[in-house]
Design a protein around this ligand. Structure first.
Ligand code: ZN
Length: 455
């Protein structure tokens, strides 16, 4: 399971790549891929299908016998995005003989963790339509895997000459945010202060840049003319591959454990499902934009999940009344990273709630509903852990620290659906390189699988 997770993390330097990697994995189990703007009424939902829009994807498989009167959803939600550094639209800058690229900080980044790392770039690029063929020829993969679906346009109804959006990644060491030598800041170890505008700008060469150097680089990468590169959503990723860690390899280190570990567990749980229970639609949804509050066209704050569930219900023959009743009897497991207790900072944790690496999935609770767990959903999830034969742990945040949140409360409030917040324990959350327990991915996958199998 850990090798499979490592492969997924390496395939997913950006949310767009994560959504595509998840869809590709489910395609191997027979799931068809469709678009938000396509009709879903003719799809074989028992066989399963995937829908993808940018960095968000959803997949569904229904039982072979679904009575619309008794329909319910078993939903697993997670998120594809991670805090990182993202390129500005006019990134080229130079200072004192260095070529640099301007970046913005995305989400709650531990800024120090991005210093002195060799960084690649990845994301999606929109190119003029006449250049699409050249991009496909220049890419290693097949054209249909590279070109993103135009989910915001009516399918088959795009105006001639519409630009195409393609996935792109470069795993060469292109960038670095160099740290200041200790000789030039003798107090640095008393508390490092980093200004997001001034201190986080990566270097990527020497000499005077052309005013459009990044566009020219991207054009060369995609084998198109610079004028054909219209716009991009591009971000940095640490090039260090995931690795087992510790004397006996009992831990692992990687970028984007939060929250690709949960995405991977959700995908593998659905892929491994022998049969979906009757009257049940098993759904996984991996949202973009959780790290910045989920308010976007493809975030958990959008109607994307509610619309998908309603359309699935309709395709299964349910009326709107039957759909609303199905939501009322459904459960969503919101899977996201949980804080393991930190050995060097025990005072930062609630003394009665100290999750351990390799201790099994963590149920997260918060009376102010920063996590959406309640007694009933809590009990449902620990029943799934028991069915899977895995232990579970419980997290509650210290009273004198503000608590983080997840897509759980957002999903609960948008849909009026019961939600339980869970996740694997980890250290270094929001670092460029996080730390997890090597046994936890398999345990989370087993618990999510049991949840889908029981309904
Ligand atoms: Zn997260």
């Amino acid at each position: 399971m850990l090798d499979s997770l490592f492969g997924f993390i390496e395939a997913s330097p950006s949310p767009y790549h994560a959504a595509a990697a998840a869809a590709d994995r489910l395609a191997t189990t027979g799931c068809a891929e469709t678009g938000r703007s396509d009709s879903w009424s003719e799809l074989d939902i028992a066989q399963g299908f995937v829908v993808r829009d940018g960095g968000t994807m959803a997949a569904v498989r229904a039982g072979t016998a679904v009575d619309p009167e008794r329909l319910r959803f078993s939903v697993i939600g997670a998120h594809t995005d991670s805090p990182n550094l993202r390129l500005r639209p006019q990134p080229d800058t130079s200072t004192l003989g260095y070529r640099q690229l301007g970046v913005e900080v995305y989400g709650g980044v531990l800024l120090n963790s991005w210093l002195d790392r060799d960084l690649g770039l990845s994301g999606r690029v929109t190119v003029a339509s006449e250049a699409t063929e050249a991009v496909a020829d220049a890419s290693a993969g097949p054209a249909d895997a590279l070109v993103e679906p135009t989910a915001h346009l009516p399918s088959g109804n795009e105006p001639d000459g519409s630009p195409a959006t393609v996935l792109w990644r470069c795993d060469r060491a292109l960038l670095r945010v160099p740290q200041l030598a200790i000789h030039l800041d003798r107090e640095v170890n008393d508390g490092l202060k980093l200004n997001r505008q001034q201190h986080m700008t990566p270097v990527w060469g020497l000499g005077e840049p052309s005013s459009d150097g990044f566009r020219e680089f991207l054009a060369a990468e995609l084998a198109v003319e610079p004028d054909a590169v219209l716009a991009w959503d591009v971000m940095a990723h640490d090039l260090t591959p995931p690795a087992r860690l510790g004397r006996d390899g009992e831990m692992y280190a990687a970028g984007r454990i939060d929250n690709l570990a949960s995405c991977h567990a959700a995908v593998e749980a659905l892929a491994a499902l022998d049969a979906v229970p009757d009257d049940t639609a098993a759904v996984i949804v991996l949202f973009d934009h959780e790290e910045i509050g989920s308010d976007s066209a493809t975030g958990a704050g959008s109607p994307i999940l509610a619309d998908a569930l309603e359309r699935i219900a309709a395709a299964l023959g349910a009326s709107r009344e039957q759909y609303l009743r199905a939501v009322a009897r459904s459960l969503c497991v919101s899977a996201d990273g949980a804080h393991a207790v930190h050995p060097n900072y025990p005072e930062r944790h609630e003394p009665q709630h100290l999750p351990l690496l390799n201790g099994g999935p963590v149920v997260k609770t918060n009376v102010n509903v920063r996590y959406a767990t309640d007694a009933h959903t809590h009990a449902r999830f620990i029943a799934a852990c028991a069915a899977a034969g895995v232990p579970y742990q419980i997290y509650s945040h210290r009273g004198d620290l503000p608590c983080g949140s997840t897509i759980g409360p957002i999903t609960a409030s948008r849909l009026g659906m019961s939600v339980v917040d869970v996740g694997s324990p980890q250290l270094s959350m929001h670092s460029a390189r996080e730390l997890g327990g090597s046994d936890d991915p398999a345990m989370l996958t087993a618990a999510l699988g049991a949840f889908l199998a029981v309904g």
